[in-house]
Write a protein that binds this ligand. Structure first.
Ligand code: NCD
Length: 430
């Protein structure tokens, strides 16, 4: 096996679209045994799966693959060609993905996990330079894109804000993009106007990734959100098809939810509950699009009503900086996602997500910190997943995904066993 046991088994379950319980029955083993094989290699409970089981799983997956190939028109060519935007290797919208291509990207993200978890290093992007152009506030998107590129062996040049860029001198998007193309090998761009990143992308032939275009899209965030949901569901023994997803908050201006609802719509039979304060509802075109895919969409202004029975709660910040005529200062207290309301409305295996940042100022009533020691809170597992997913995006757009596996070397330093002081509560949750 060239990949880790955990990656191998997760991939098999995803390809077969089976929960842990059903997968255990399918391969004829006890669920408990499967759980120990699925733990990260360093953990105490980890067990090596017998060789005969691994061969059996490979056989089932290969058979399934052959059946799928016959059933559908065979996918061909590299992933970057299949997700290309106007013929270029660029990532501007989640519309570029199908369920198959998104899951292919996640298999590559799984392969990146040992690097993201600081067990292995790789230099497949040695010599390549990333231009990180952020014309809007950012912490995690900018740094995680930069870190992802560096962890593949590349280097990063940054520019932040309009004030310190030539755009403050009136330079056009076309000129900026063309100039940068001569300096760097890929660009990540965040800009306050919807459609602006596509304009950057048209003015260059190098890979461009949309890091957020105003209230438009934020495709890499939605990809890491979906990856997180699938990983958490795999641990909980759930399938995404048929799940109940509650999107909460500023659904009008929140670009993360705009991309996420489209990406989730690639799955089957979802129930969406959209919970927003009056005036911040999800745009009509997204409601129509989601309905057309056969999903159920309910809208409500009541948090308590909307959260009942949810499998995923995805909370968002009020995007006050994008308000046109809206008056809202923040959420009212009855709109805050906190432990009390989750205990009241949801089961023990709900997962609570947020793209972050959460607004911690007084009166903002954004996602409460009283869930910080609650295993249902997935926000830091979500941010951690930003690294392998963004590494996968770069590897695919630059065409090096096939080189990663054989490039891995052991790390030379000793990272702490938990990167966060409160992370021990979440131990062995993989
Ligand atoms: C989000 C964004 O910038 O759209 N943040 C992020 O990238 N994780 C969400 C937000 O700003 O509220």
């Amino acid at each position: 096996m060239t990949v880790s046991q955990q990656v191998f088994l997760r991939d098999a379950m995803r390809r077969l679209n089976l929960t842990r319980d059903v997968f255990a029955v399918r391969i004829g083993v006890k669920r408990r045994a499967l759980d120990t094989w699925l733990l990260p290699e360093g953990s105490q409970e980890f067990r090596t799966m017998p060789e005969v089981v691994s061969r059996f799983v490979t056989e089932i997956v290969e058979n399934e693959g052959l059946l799928q190939k016959y059933a559908q028109s065979a996918q061909s060519g590299p992933l970057r060609d299949r997700i290309a935007f106007e013929g270029k290797h660029q990532l501007l919208s989640v519309d570029q993905f199908t369920r198959e291509s998104v899951e292919e990207l996640f298999r590559i993200a799984d392969q990146m996990q040992p690097i993201a978890r600081r067990q292995k290093v790789s230099r497949v992007l040695e010599g390549a330079v990333l231009g990180n152009l952020f014309f809007e506030a950012s912490t995690r998107t900018r740094v995680s894109f930069g870190a992802a590129f560096c962890r593949l062996g590349g280097s990063v040049c940054d520019t932040t804000g309009f004030t310190f860029s030539s755009m403050a001198k009136g330079e056009s998007i076309y000129d900026t993009s063309r100039v940068m193309s001569g300096y760097v090998d890929a660009m990540v761009i965040r800009h306050p106007e919807k459609g602006s990143v596509a304009e950057f992308a048209r003015a260059t032939n190098i890979p461009v990734v949309n890091g957020g275009d105003g209230p438009g899209e934020h495709p890499s965030q939605a990809l890491l959100d979906l990856y997180t949901i699938l990983t958490e569901f795999s641990r909980l023994g759930k399938l995404l098809d048929g799940a109940h997803i509650a999107l909460v908050g500023d659904l009008k201006y929140g670009r993360t939810v705009h991309s996420l609802i489209k990406l989730l719509a690639l799955y089957r039979g979802l129930k969406f509950t959209l919970i927003s304060p009056r005036g911040l509802e999800m745009p009509e075109y997204l409601l129509e699009q989601t309905g057309k895919h056969g999903h159920t969409v309910n809208q409500t202004n009541s948090l308590e009503e909307g959260l009942a029975g949810a499998d995923v709660i995805y909370a968002t910040r009020v995007q006050k900086e994008r308000f046109a005529a809206e008056e809202l200062e923040g959420y009212t207290p009855d709109f805050q996602v906190n432990k009390a309301i989750i205990d009241k409305c949801c089961g023990p295996d709900v997962i609570v997500m947020h793209p972050l940042p959460r607004d911690s100022r007084e009166g903002a009533n954004d996602l409460s910190v009283d869930l910080n020691h609650d295993t249902r809170l997935a926000i830091f597992r979500q941010t951690d997943n930003g690294i392998p997913v963004r590494m996968a995006i770069f590897a695919v757009l630059l065409g090096v995904e096939g080189l990663v596996q054989h490039s891995l070397r052991d790390v030379t330093w000793s990272p702490p066993s938990h990167v966060g002081p409160d992370d021990s509560v979440f131990q062995d949750m993989d």
